[in-house]
Design a protein around this ligand. Structure first.
Ligand code: F6R
Length: 247
């Protein structure tokens, strides 16, 4: 694992965008795994600026989002479909047919999950996966206790995640209780992974993820087993680490 610490959220967002821009320049048809949530918002903003000001070309990339709530239509302002279009896709020259987001409204979720895995395989696998981390150690919606070898499937959200994500809804009762999520095995099959975290509320879980034992109780700790992971942290998120860190 390469751990990089920067002073601020702006700095980690800019650096993450630079890393991804370079990947796209090296491989214009990059297969990019994407996350939602508050963490990657700064990164998406920086990539949009690079598109507008420097002509960064997204026209050939294929994207796969990590997860989607079950039961929210694409038009719901908290669906991840809506989030991705609002915060990223509508502002860049991505080809709409190369965007992939799990369908939380499908009638047969199990089939939809298998088809999502097939699509990833047909695209040649994910070259570069962006991740955030939940305050309980989840990656995508792989909650504590998830199989470390899992593939895309339906997962109930933990009470902690429902509480954390209720900040985006009018009330906690509106938060969906289930999701479709790439599995931990799906994420681990990516060629390269970039995990981003900021803020003091992530400090404890970042310590467990990087310095703790590998355990299904902290799903992000499995990243210790991946060949090519970069963890990009602001000062606050890195504040509980005992490791010496590059900055
Ligand atoms: C989102 C996702 C989640 C988030 C995590 C952190 O697609 O997969 O695992 O990355 O819940 O969320 P934020 O960034 O809002 O703290």
């Amino acid at each position: 694992m390469l751990i990089i610490q920067k002073n601020s959220y702006e700095e980690i967002s800019t650096l993450a965008a630079k890393i991804i821009a370079q990947k796209i320049k090296n491989k214009p048809n990059l297969v990019l795994g994407l996350a939602t949530g508050s963490t990657p918002l700064g990164l998406y903003k920086a990539l949009i600026n690079m598109h507008k000001n420097e002509g960064l070309d997204f026209s050939k990339i294929t994207t796969f989002n990590l997860d989607e709530y079950i039961g929210l239509p694409q038009t719901h302002n908290q669906s991840y479909y809506y989030f991705m279009h609002e915060n990223f896709f509508n502002h860049i020259n991505i080809s709409k047919r190369l965007i992939n987001i799990p369908d939380g409204m499908s009638e047969k979720h199990d089939i939809a999950c298998n088809q999502y895995e097939d699509k990833i395989r047909h695209a040649g696998g994910i070259d570069f996966q962006i991740l955030g981390i939940g305050s309980n150690g989840h990656i995508a919606f792989n909650e504590p206790g998830s199989s470390l070898n899992s593939r895309t499937r339906v997962k109930p959200l933990s009470k902690k995640t429902i509480k954390d994500n209720s900040r985006f809804f009018n009330s906690i009762d509106e938060v969906p209780t289930k999701s479709i999520t790439m599995g931990i095995g799906t994420i681990m099959s990516s060629q390269e992974i970039l995990l981003i975290a900021n803020g003091l509320n992530k400090a404890e879980i970042i310590k467990s993820c990087i310095e703790g034992p590998i355990s299904a109780m902290c799903p992000a700790s499995i990243l210790q087993m991946h060949r090519k992971v970069t963890v990009l942290l602001d000062k606050d998120a890195a504040s509980k680490l005992t490791l010496e860190i590059e900055s």
